[in-house]
Design a protein around this ligand. Structure first.
Ligand SMILES: Nc1ncnc2c1ncn2[C@@H]1O[C@H](COP(=O)(O)OP(=O)(O)OP(=O)(O)O)[C@@H](O)[C@H]1O
Ligand SMILES: [Mg+2]
Ligand SMILES: [Zn+2]
Length: 377
């Protein structure tokens, strides 16, 4: 079984991040204060479907309104049925593939009947923004007068594409991207449970490349562990293995390069670039990472407090270093430098000497604001 399925949380306490959503839902279950319709919106792999299933389970659990205080007990018959994927009263509709009005009509009709076994009939509608207009209208009719035994949970990555009349009938929760520490923490738990040994730096590197999605992070970890299992070694997996395997460029390397730009050391920057290319660094991957790094620097140079924007892409230590570096660039020149390297990234695709556009960008970025005779020092 793939890791992200195997480690899908079975109770609210196992959910990573999204604290305010988890708390509110648990309290609503415990206090018997559930709404009839919820809208979970937010980035991919952040826990929407996971929490929709947890809510379906908690709402139907025999203990959640009592002793377990909002948590599904995972022991009663309805919890078990849902855990085994056998509950006929839990209907999951993927609007991306089932866009048809027929499903919604069927839904509208079946809504009228009381649940077969569970307390609530729960409809989880994934990718809800992709419902066709007709299907959405059929759903809307149901949402206008929902029977007491029905619970709707709509999930979407694109809330702005939802029909407003539907969205306004739901209690809305906005999920956020998971941060690097949250993701690497979860990865550490999973590797331990899998009895694999992956060092902290390596896990952090995976987290950094997951774009805030725990599903993607677990997918990357899957690849790494599969690779590890065919290697016959007891050595813990380190960052170097991850970089090779996933074709990643080390962010510290990019940081060193940017420091040379900040110091206006054109000659050293060109030397650094060529040495690393000779050592096998991928030029496209490098320039992609460089532009991303410079974007961070640019934003942080406006105000270090904007670092919250990058919490899912950078570790706290990296953020601190970038804030420090950002202050070393002159504010008027930084936009030019970003532009130079953005252009280089494009031009590299057609250049016969692949690093030449980068070298030009280095020279231009280090020349401005310095007397000509100092360039290259
Ligand atoms: N907040 C989270 N806490 C714990 N595990 C999570 C969380 N978010 C995602 N996961 C892991 O990633 C997997 C996929 O998550 P989920 O299906 O809930 O994402 P999603 O938000 O519905 O994404 P999508 O928009 O792509 O459908 C889960 O099985 C689980 O292993
Ligand atoms: Mg989902
Ligand atoms: Zn239960």
């Amino acid at each position: 079984m793939v890791l992200y399925r195997k480690y899908r949380p079975k109770s609210f306490s196992e959910v990573t991040g999204q604290e305010h959503i988890v708390e509110t839902l648990k309290n609503a279950v415990a206090g018997n204060l559930l709404s009839h319709a919820y809208l979970f919106s937010g980035p991919r792999g952040s826990g929407k479907t996971t929490l929709a299933r947890l809510l379906a389970k908690a709402a139907n659990c025999e203990s959640a309104r009592g002793p377990t205080k909002g948590e599904p007990c995972n022991a009663c018959s309805s919890c078990e049925e849902i855990n085994r994927g056998r509950a006929i009263d839990l209907v999951e509709i993927d609007a991306a593939s089932n866009r048809g009005i027929d499903e919604m009509r069927e839904l509208r009709d079946s809504v009228a009947f009381v649940p077969a076994k569970l307390k609530y009939k729960v409809f989880v509608i994934d990718e809800a923004h992709q419902l066709t207009k007709e299907a959405a209208n059929a759903l809307l009719k149901t949402l206008e007068e929902p029977p007491a035994h029905v619970l709707f949970i709509l999930a979407t990555t694109e809330a702005h594409k939802m029909i407003p009349t539907i969205a306004s009938r739901c209690q809305r929760f906005d999920f956020r991207k998971l941060t690097v520490p949250e993701i690497s923490g979860k990865l550490a738990e999973v590797t331990k449970a899998e009895k694999a040994s992956v060092n902290k730096e390596a896990l952090q590197l995976i987290a950094l490349n997951a774009g805030g999605s725990l599903r993607d992070a677990l997918g990357l970890l899957d690849k790494v562990l599969t690779f590890y299992s065919i290697l016959d070694t007891k050595e813990p997996i380190g960052a170097a293995v991850i970089k090779d395997l996933l074709g990643l460029v080390d962010i510290n390397l990019v940081g060193e390069f940017v420091q040379l730009l900040a110091d206006k050391k054109a000659g050293e920057a060109i030397d650094f670039l060529n040495k690393n290319l000779q050592a096998g660094m991928d030029p496209q991957e490098f320039s992609k990472n460089l532009v991303r790094y410079l974007r961070h620097t640019l934003v942080l140079s406006i105000n270090p407090e904007l670092s919250h924007i990058f919490e899912s892409e950078l570790t706290p230590e990296q953020l601190e270093r970038m804030v420090q570096q950002a202050s070393q660039f002159s504010k008027d020149l930084l936009p030019n430098i970003v532009e130079n390297f953005m252009r280089a990234e494009q031009e590299m695709k057609y250049a016969s000497i692949v690093q030449l556009p980068l070298e030009l960008a280095i020279v231009e970025s280090c020349a401005k604001g310095l007397p000509a005779d100092k360039v290259g020092e």
